[in-house]
Design a protein around this ligand. Structure first.
Ligand SMILES: Nc1ncnc2c1ncn2[C@@H]1O[C@H](COP(=O)(O)OP(=O)(O)OP(=O)(O)O)[C@@H](O)[C@H]1O
Ligand SMILES: [Mg+2]
Length: 353
């Protein structure tokens, strides 16, 4: 069992809390993305799991064994650091073999393992090159080979793709998932990129100011964000607030919004989130059908991006709304047009404001 268990972990730096009461579980063989803004504590959490940083409080267990006081070397973890520095004076083989040498594995045993790791990252003939003879993506793959060569039980990746351009990044995403699936390594992957997190992982965890505010399967977290922060951090959202009456939300201008979920009691304030792609723009006078919400709004901006359009609109009460639309069904709407937005009650998610 090589799951990772983090229990009530806290960390301060000079009196400033960086992580507060982190409890999370990373299942064996799973791929979890850790998402959060800069400074939210992602790297600190990875360093605590790896053993480079000791928590002030709490425990880390790997494979059911408490490793809170176990040194880095004895944890058998592979890590790719945020700045993916390879040792510049060593060639690729030496870089990849670094962890093996430290473990006393040398000679043909080491050579075999290095060759296999380089094959895994699809750089079988690059062993003799120096890091400066590699592209950014190739360096990244060497860093990955260096992390997996010691056959770790856990792989920690700290924004390993952030330095790469879009194309290379997409290629590396596919490679990463392949390597993870083939090796079955329990993987924790830090990223700023929400699409990357949603598309690559079995689970995502959102970190905000040192706390995990929500975690779950990508679709769970995306479709049912619990807070405004989660809704905004993982994708875009429209927010509408009002007073609860008869299981609907009455906006300031009197329009009613239905939701498929429980709401606070009558008279209380409530906020809902709706994803921009869940809303459809219809003609000014078409009525919405049952189970749908509708709202009149004026187009204030249109971004035409070929296959898709992004509309910015203003509701009657002044709320700014965003709609993502496919480029089909006739002409795009124009700035200044008044339109009707429709969307399902089931896509209207109450959140903690
Ligand atoms: N060794 C340290 N000494 C003092 N403060 C630190 C130290 N390491 C991190 N911090 C602080 O802890 C907070 C969290 O840092 P951390 O590197 O974990 O954030 P992060 O989520 O990885 O951010 P980024 O996305 O920018 O990489 C920051 O405010 C940072 O300044
Ligand atoms: Mg970081």
């Amino acid at each position: 069992m090589t799951n990772v268990e983090v229990k009530t972990v806290a960390k301060h730096y000079g009196g400033t809390p960086v992580l507060t009461d982190i409890t999370c579980h990373f299942a064996e063989g799973s791929f979890t993305s850790l998402l959060g803004p800069s400074g939210s504590g992602k790297t600190t959490l990875l360093r605590i799991i790896a053993g480079f940083v000791a928590p002030d409080h709490g425990n880390v267990a790997i494979g059911g064994k408490d490793v809170t006081h176990t040194p880095v070397r004895a944890r058998n973890i592979g890590m790719v650091f945020q700045s993916y520095a390879l040792f510049p004076h060593m060639n690729v083989n030496q870089n990849v073999g670094f962890g093996l040498a430290r473990r006393g594995i040398r000679g043909s045993a080491a050579r075999d393992k290095i060759a296999r790791a380089l094959e895994m990252v699809r750089l079988p003939d690059f062993g003799a090159r120096s890091p400066k003879q590699l592209s950014g993506g190739q360096r990244q793959r060497v860093a990955l080979a260096r992390a997996i060569v010691t056959e770790p039980t856990v792989l920690l990746l700290d924004e390993p793709l952030s330095a790469l351009d879009r194309r290379l990044r997409q290629e590396m995403q596919v490679e990463l998932v392949r390597i993870q699936r083939e090796s079955g390594l329990t993987t924790i992957f830090v990223t700023h990129d929400q699409e990357e997190a949603l598309s690559l992982s079995d689970r995502v965890a959102i970190l905000d100011r040192g706390e995990i505010i929500q975690s779950g399967r990508p679709a769970e977290v995306y479709e049912r964000p619990r807070t405004r922060f989660a809704a905004e951090f993982l994708g875009d959202s429209n927010f509408m607030s009002g007073t609860v009456r008869d299981r609907t939300i009455v906006l300031e201008d009197g329009q009613r919004i239905a939701t498929g979920f429980d709401l606070p009691s009558d008279g209380e304030h409530a906020t809902v989130a709706v994803r921009p792609e869940k809303m459809t723009i219809i003609g000014g006078h078409d009525p919405a059908s049952d189970g749908e919400n509708q709202l009149s709004a004026r187009v204030t901006n249109v971004i035409y991006a070929g296959p898709a359009l992004t509309y910015t609109l203003q509701g009657v009460d002044g709320t700014t709304l965003k709609v993502f639309a496919q480029n089909r069904d006739g002409r795009p709407r124009e700035t200044g047009e008044t339109v009707t937005l429709v969307w399902k009650a089931a896509d209207t998610v109450p959140i903690e404001a």
